[in-house]
Design a protein around this ligand. Structure first.
Ligand SMILES: [Zn+2]
Ligand SMILES: [Zn+2]
Length: 790
């Protein structure tokens, strides 16, 4: 069957009475995902005549009478849609049609005006393609770039819209007659599969030395498997960027990679062939298994097994390991090579603090000193997308880094908003664009601190603006005046809304769940600029979508040395002792917390002086810094190697002490006193009694896993007590939980459980990260609401 050119007027306006047809307008991810062939199959099954066409307003289906069982057809349209399709709206209207020719026809696409349909995210290779990949008689047997409309690259190869092959990086690969036939056959699985390719016509892998010189060979994957088995570092060009890979079971190899990448201890992600292999390394629950196997194929944080046989240096000190399954055909082929080690480190191919490399020459230039070999291919990556990271907490999958597989998937809003560009914050940056009832969150950009990352950021804003045909009416940014994202927002010259960091965190969760009325928001986070000039981060707000009120917070601690305190948890440990014991806490710090003996005494004296004279010691209510203080006191992490390091160590340590029903106090469990007091009309969670209890435990040599767990429990109990007290006077029953600390499974799980037990309805981040990676969604919605009222 061929695609007909779109006739001028297939349905003349003069209707024949009693000939009632139906027109369906479908929006969402419905183009480039095999939707029209699906409609064709379905209509044929129901015996309907009519047409389907891609238009600027989405997919339009016109059905001619008679239409027996139309309800059932509509149901199947939604239930049986192809895996990558997602329908966000379906409008139905009666039309008067001429019977026309019988049968069902796919009309050629017509594109104009704003793109209200979306480019799909990249998807892991599907089972049908995998079956062909390993079938000796298939013409794509072992072809590393096999794909179809149900799988393969999408967002990362798109240059501009409409999403058609000439507008992707596949344009340099003219299809061979066989591929072209599939591409044009409406009932074929590869009908309009833009990246369609085969051995004859498509991209190829190649094998190169550390200087990028081509090493001729029959099978680049076999060479890669052998090099990995010999402990070599291989840089591999993937879907959204490069990976650096080594044998995850070879400690020397992993340490070599760490040294060369200057990444001393931040956990490295690992890829294994399948779920069975994953279960040998980690304990995996059913929802975790589903997440691991989902077509988005994120890195999933899973609890490591003691008998995992992984090199200790893969994730030192951390219980949770980032594990993923193969998602490109050549990952599957690599694991099929006999020599390939069963578990591979697959970490982002970048130099520290820079975006992941995407181009071959760029990678050879930047990774040449890190990798021993390069596994390259010649299909260009147009848009960078890191691996996504997700975790199951409280039986729900939650993205921690939302990128490949999820982007540019949108978040549905519960009301129409003006077109807002929200610029995000500084760390883990993403940005967001809203239009109508849809919010598009960008891929993970990274920490906006270097020129390279800023360039990636600006380029990504331009690219997404282009593929969405987006024109902003207003701009949102953080309240922090010095963030690069704030400066960028100011330079645009549109109405600008500065949104307080933790209000934005609350807004993101509210937007996800369609909450509009004022709601309690517990935002436990690292750092955010407060309107009072202090650093906020442990806040309980009464949050609405246009404004908020700060109802309660953690008691403030000093941040001795400002930003340096966030990198060196021992400073926060000193600050905590100073707060709990005054000057005696500083002079006697080693006696109170023996870990501090490891810190140079000159440094400690200098810090004590800073604190007693209050020089360069801004105040903070940050929950992240309280985690740092605990990790310092417990000797888990005195100096951070990466953002969130201390908090991850503390959570991992606490898990060691977790019992099945950890929230129920056993007779021997540590319990720290909760202190809630009122100061200047605001409730404060006092930290003095907590710190003195921890010091007391250290003196009694209580196991630090017990102390770490007791700290988590104390935080849950303190927050719950505050919410109960606030609810008694304000009568609210809904609580949103947000901020970077909500990536912590014990904290989020514990708060959800306790607050629900106290009769509250609890909402937390499920579609966008609870950390700053989801912040832009909140900024956009809050700015949009304010712009509506201006
Ligand atoms: Zn496929
Ligand atoms: Zn071909």
């Amino acid at each position: 069957m061929t695609v007909l050119p779109r006739p001028e007027s297939r349905f003349p306006p003069s209707p024949v009475p009693d000939e009632q047809g139906v027109e369906l307008k479908i929006q969402g991810v419905v183009q480039g995902v095999g939707f029209r062939p699906f409609v064709h199959r379905l209509a044929s099954r129901f015996g309907y005549s009519g047409t389907v066409v891609n238009s600027a307003e989405g997919v339009v289906i016109r059905l001619a009478p008679p239409l027996a069982q139309l309800d059932s057809f509509l149901q199947c349209l939604q239930d049986e849609a192809p895996p990558l399709a997602s329908i966000t709206s379906l409008e139905q209207a009666d039309i008067k049609v001429f019977p026309g020719e019988p049968g069902f026809v796919i009309l050629a696409s017509e594109h104009s005006g704003a793109a209200s349909t979306m480019i799909p995210p990249d998807a892991a290779v599907c089972d049908d393609c995998l079956a062909e990949l390993f079938s000796k008689n298939d013409r794509r047997y072992l072809y590393p770039f096999i794909n179809c409309t149900n799988c393969g690259p999408r967002f990362t190869i798109v240059e501009s819209i409409p999403y058609d092959r000439p507008n992707t990086s596949m344009k340099v690969f003219p299809m061979c007659p066989d591929c072209s036939r599939e591409y044009h056959d409406p009932v074929n699985r590869r009908f309009h599969a833009q990246p369609n390719a085969c051995w004859q016509c498509g991209p190829r892998l190649s094998w190169h030395d550390a200087a990028g010189r081509l090493l001729p060979c029959d099978d680049p994957l076999r060479e890669a498997g052998r090099a990995l088995a010999r402990g070599r570092v291989v840089a591999m060009r993937g879907l959204g960027g490069f990976h650096l890979s080594v044998d995850a079971g070879n400690d020397a190899a992993v340490q070599k990679l760490r040294q060369r990448k200057r990444r001393p201890s931040k956990p490295l992600a690992v890829m294994v062939a399948d779920v069975q292999a994953a279960m040998k390394i980690c304990s995996i629950s059913l929802p975790e298994k589903e997440l691991l196997r989902s077509w988005q194929r994120p890195i999933v944080l899973l609890a490591k097994r003691d008998d995992s046989r992984l090199a200790p240096s893969v994730a030192p000190g951390i219980l949770h390991l980032g594990l993923m399954l193969p998602y490109t055909p050549f990952h599957h082929l690599l694991f099929r090579v006999e020599e390939t080690p069963p578990a591979l480190v697959m970490t982002s191919g970048n130099r520290s603090d820079e975006p992941i490399c995407t181009a071959n020459d760029e990678a050879i230039d930047k990774l040449g000193g890190i990798a021993d070999f390069f596994l390259l291919h010649n299909r260009d990556i147009v848009t960078r997308a890191d691996d996504s990271v997700a975790r199951v907490i409280d039986n729900k999958a939650r993205p921690l880094r939302r990128s490949r597989g999820y982007v540019p998937g949108s978040v549905a809003l519960h009301r129409d908003l003006p077109a807002v560009l929200a610029c995000g914050a500084a760390l883990k940056n993403t940005f967001c664009m809203t239009r109508g009832r849809t919010a598009y969150l960008s891929q993970h950009i990274g920490d906006l601190e270097t020129a390279e990352t800023l360039e990636f950021y600006e380029e990504s804003v331009r690219h997404l603006q282009q593929v969405l045909e987006f024109e902003a009416q207003a701009v949102a940014c953080d309240l922090h005046p010095d963030y690069l994202s704030t400066r960028f927002a100011e330079s645009i010259g549109l109405p600008l809304y500065r949104v307080q960091h933790h209000h934005a965190h609350a807004g993101a969760v509210m937007a996800e769940h369609g909450l509009e009325e004022d709601t309690f928001a517990v935002i436990l986070d690292g750092t955010g600029f407060g309107p009072d000039g202090t650093v906020w981060g442990g806040e309980i707000l009464l949050a609405g979508l246009s404004s908020f009120e700060r109802l309660a917070s953690l008691e403030q601690l000093m941040l001795p040395g400002g930003d340096a305190a966030a990198r060196e948890p021992w400073r926060m440990a000193m600050a905590a002792l100073g707060a709990a014991y005054g000057g005696a806490g500083l002079t006697g710090c080693e006696r109170l917390a023996p870990a501090l003996a490891k810190i140079d005494s000159v440094k400690k004296e200098a810090l004590a002086q800073m604190m007693s004279q209050k020089v360069n010691t801004p105040l903070t209510s940050s929950c992240g810094r309280l985690f740092d203080a605990m990790a310092g006191l417990l000797d888990l992490c005195l100096v951070s190697d990466y953002e969130g390091h201390a908090a991850m160590e503390l959570e991992s340590t606490a898990w060691q002490a977790v019992r099945d029903d950890w929230m129920n106090d056993g007779p021997n469990e540590q319990r720290f006193p909760v202190e809630i007091r009122t100061e200047q009309g605001r409730l404060l969670i006092g930290t003095g009694p907590l710190i003195r209890s921890v010091v007391d435990c250290l003196a009694r040599s209580v196991h630090r896993a017990e102390i770490a767990l007791a700290f988590h429990r104390w935080l849950v109990q303190s927050v719950t007590a505050v919410i109960k007290e606030l609810a008694a006077s304000l009568g609210k029953k809904k609580v949103v939980l947000g901020g970077g600390c909500m990536q912590n499974g014990l904290l989020l799980g514990g708060l959800s459980k306790d607050l629900q037990a106290a009769g509250f309805q609890v909402f937390s981040a499920e579609k966008v990260p609870a950390n700053d990676g989801g912040l832009a969604l909140g900024q956009a919605v809050i700015a949009g609401m304010n712009h509506l009222h201006d």
